[in-house]
Design a protein around this ligand. Structure first.
Ligand code: NAD
Length: 299
């Protein structure tokens, strides 16, 4: 347990948020949780003694920190700033409270959000994560944090319950920028690995053997090491990170590139592929389904 247990609000108990909130509960923090799906909320509270289910945002009035782990910036902004006449966290939280957005959100919007919160004497950190569901469950995520260094230092202990490598990467929005760019590299690497495996099979190569060779050679990447065998070649396609979310992250990275006046020559091609898959496949498709999608569009 931390020396001083904080009252924490946690919003978004999905594939990632549920296990992350669970680790904070295990560390002894008092949790107030919220999710748009009532069954998810009920399941969390029934599995975590003492955690309370928020009926709405007003339930966060007394917390010290609010963490959001939501699908995108639209939902984060609506939650923090309010929408259609409904109050947001900005109108509810006490001065001095810190909002930590751990979702993969848009860096330029996060910068604006930080400024708006500051006007209300609230602090903001963007602290997106990398590592997927497995590492969210065992508390070994990589967490990249943007915001004031003093705020980062003050919340290090909290982050260490959820992650192993916690890096302060710059001012507000910087965490979200690094996250989107990281996922661009990851998405491009996945497509390269999948294309290589598919063309290799056409040639008569065994994809399992190819993967072993890549992993002991210079073609090794996160996909060849952690995704090809368990999720692609096995036919399971259930890594826990949706294809829609990967396409969203790529959109953020390309948007950032454009805002910086950068052409993103390869990035545009990669985004086209992922956006095409996202509009073709079922909304629930895992991002590892890109392997099957590439196979199908070649037929
Ligand atoms: P998810 O869709 O499983 O979870 C999102 C949760 O937010 C859902 O439970 C949903 O009901 C809830 N929600 C949506 N709108 C809400 C609202 N207005 N109020 C309260 N709850 C609301 O997504 P996830 O995979 O957990 O991802 C969450 C974030 O983390 C995303 O931004 C994603 O890009 C990022 N991320 C995901 C992974 C992964 O492997 N899944 C890895 C790194 C980062």
């Amino acid at each position: 347990m931390d020396a001083v247990a904080k009252k924490i609000g946690f919003i978004g108990l999905g594939m990632m948020g549920f296990p992350m909130a669970s680790l904070l509960h295990k560390a002894g923090h008092a949790l107030t949780v919220l999710d748009a799906v009532p069954a998810t909320l009920e399941r969390f509270v029934s599995e975590h003694a003492g955690a309370s289910a928020a009926a709405g945002l007003d339930a966060f009035a007394g917390v010290d920190v609010v963490i959001t782990m939501l699908p995108n910036s639209d939902i984060v902004d609506a939650t923090v700033l309010g929408q259609s006449g409904q109050r947001g966290l900005i109108n509810i939280l006490r001065p001095g409270v810190t909002v930590i957005d751990m979702s993969s959100s848009q860096p330029l919007r996060s910068k604006v959000l930080a400024e708006q919160l500051k006007k209300m004497r609230l602090s903001f950190l963007d602290a997106p994560v990398s590592g997927g569901v497995k590492r969210a469950v065992d508390g070994s995520l990589a967490i990249m944090v943007g915001g004031e260094k003093a705020q980062f230092d003050a919340h290090q202990a909290l982050f260490l319950h959820m992650g192993k490598v916690i890096t302060h990467v710059g001012q507000a929005g910087a965490g979200h920028a690094v996250k989107a760019l990281n996922n661009y590299v990851s998405a491009a690497g996945l497509v390269a690995a999948a294309e290589a495996l598919l063309v290799g099979q056409k040639f008569g190569l065994d994809p399992g053997i190819m993967t072993d060779v890549f992993n002991s050679s210079t073609g090794k990447n996160n996909t060849t090491e952690h995704k090809v065998k368990p999720f692609m070649l096995s036919g399971k396609f259930n890594s826990g990170f949706s294809l829609q979310l990967m396409a969203k992250d790529l959109g953020i990275a390309m948007n950032l590139g454009e805002s910086m006046g950068w052409q993103m020559l390869l990035g545009k091609e990669v985004l086209n592929l992922w956006a095409g898959a996202a509009s073709t496949l079922d909304k629930s498709a895992d991002h590892t389904e890109m392997y099957r999608y590439l196979q199908q569009i070649e037929k």
